[in-house]
Write a protein that binds this ligand. Structure first.
Ligand SMILES: NC(=O)c1ccc[n+]([C@@H]2O[C@H](COP(=O)([O-])OP(=O)(O)OC[C@H]3O[C@@H](n4cnc5c(N)ncnc54)[C@H](OP(=O)(O)O)[C@@H]3O)[C@@H](O)[C@H]2O)c1
Length: 242
């Protein structure tokens, strides 16, 4: 993506920036001149994605000690992108242990990161971008934990926005539609699901990770200086019609 925003001098952290949507967001900030740190759960060498020009940290967002250590190692922060997320298929999210694990990563992890970096964000009048989902609004038949976590992200975004507005911190979210990443690979490989998604999407295609990066840059930019507590849907029109 051509750099249309100038983030020179800004420090950006993208959790789960090692692949998929997070990596597209991280690359866009990097190309806009920001100093970017991305995280992944494995070693840097295990990721095929473009991580050049970025710092890398191994992080499980559900590991409280690791989140604390990351915050201690970063001297400042302008933009926190809470992108890390997980989903468990085959009905396993109905099991209590799996339900808790998914909530821990998708919801509690996001709150913990935001809380930990609050003071640094306040110091630089920074901003938080959370990643929600269409399952924030629609029922997720086989994924009660994923859906509940993403619905809660929308509400968490509003709560942090009103709580931290006096600190000069804006908090927003993006709800992506169907995006081509590792997370949706098994859905794209199912011909009937793939066809149903394409048929319902007015723009007639799956979203690309870069489609979400543009929205993240806008929300983090000064152009969005009066936007807080908002969740922007970026879904090619999927949720607009029937
Ligand atoms: N793709 C879609 O259609 C879609 C739609 C709506 C919302 N989203 C959301 O967009 C975000 C990015 O997903 P994606 O589609 O890009 O999927 P992805 O390619 O699977 O990326 C998920 C990222 O989250 C990281 N992650 C998973 N568990 C983690 C943990 N416990 N601690 C830290 N990082 C963890 C992964 O790191 P590792 O690679 O190391 O596991 C990976 O970098 C997620 O929040 C997802 O829910 C995706």
């Amino acid at each position: 993506m051509a750099a249309v925003f100038d983030f020179s001098g800004r420090i950006v952290l993208v959790t789960g920036g090692s692949g998929g949507i997070g990596n597209a967001i991280a690359r866009a900030f990097r190309d806009g001149g920001a100093e970017v740190t991305v995280t992944g759960t494995r070693a840097r060498s295990e990721y095929p994605a473009d991580l050049s020009g970025m710092a890398f940290r191994q992080l499980d967002v559900a590991n409280d000690t690791a989140v604390k250590a990351l915050e201690a190692d970063m001297p400042a922060l302008d933009v926190l992108v809470n992108n890390a997320g997980t989903v468990v298929y085959r009905g396993r999210e109905f099991e209590l242990e799996t339900f808790r694990k998914v909530l821990d990563v998708n919801l509690t992890g996001a709150l913990h990161l935001a809380n930990r970096f609050h003071d640094k964000l306040r110091y630089r009048h920074g901003t938080v971008v959370n990643i929600a989902s269409l399952t924030s609004f629609f029922g997720a038949r086989g994924n009660p934990a994923y859906g509940a976590s993403k619905a809660a992200i929308v509400q968490l975004t509003k709560s942090l926005a009103v709580a931290w507005a006096p600190d000069g911190i804006r908090v927003n979210a993006i709800a992506p539609g169907w995006i081509e990443t590792g997370m949706t690979q098994r859905i794209r490989e199912n011909a009937s699901l793939d066809a149903a998604i394409l048929a319902r999407t007015p723009l007639g295609r799956w979203g690309r990770p870069e489609d979400i990066a543009g929205v993240a840059l806008f929300l983090a930019s000064d152009l969005a200086g009066f936007v807080t507590g908002e969740t922007i849907v970026a879904d090619g029109g999927y949720s607009t019609g029937v």
